[in-house]
Design a protein around this ligand. Sequence first.
Ligand SMILES: [Zn+2]
Length: 173
Amino acid sequence: MKVNFEKLKEGRNSLTFDIPSKDVAFDYKGYKLNGNWHINADFFKNSRGEISLIGDLEGKITLICDRCLKEFERKVFLKFEYFFVPFEEVEVKEEGDLNDGVVETFYRDNFVEMEDILSEQVILSLPDKVLCDESCRGILKEDGSPYIEEEGEEKPLDSRLLPLLEIKKRLKK
Ligand SMILES: [Zn+2]
């Protein structure tokens, strides 16, 4: 669903959207958006044509566990902020995140697609490692022991931590 910046009045514009998952071009690690997604969005427009967008979105997604490869559904609720600046105003500046996590974007076209925001925000919110459950043991062999041993979790990043790890190991015994 397009929001046309020219049609927004100056000041606050509160809009809500119900977006069927099938309308969202979402292609990330085989995950799938489910059902309808709901977005609440407040657009604030100033006289220079700069637009700040503060909103939240909610829906369901099917993820794949990185440890046991099982698919599972999870609810997503997240808040987001964007700041749109007309392209002509900008000289040499890179598009990107402001310090406080606001995505700053320069627009040439006078609109934004809410489906694009949904897709981008959901991807940004996902952790590096997706687990069906914190205690997921992964794929188990017949005897019940895991196929994939977790690696790297106890490895120190820094050789200066080695003595600490030794102490930790000793304490465990
Ligand atoms: Zn799992």
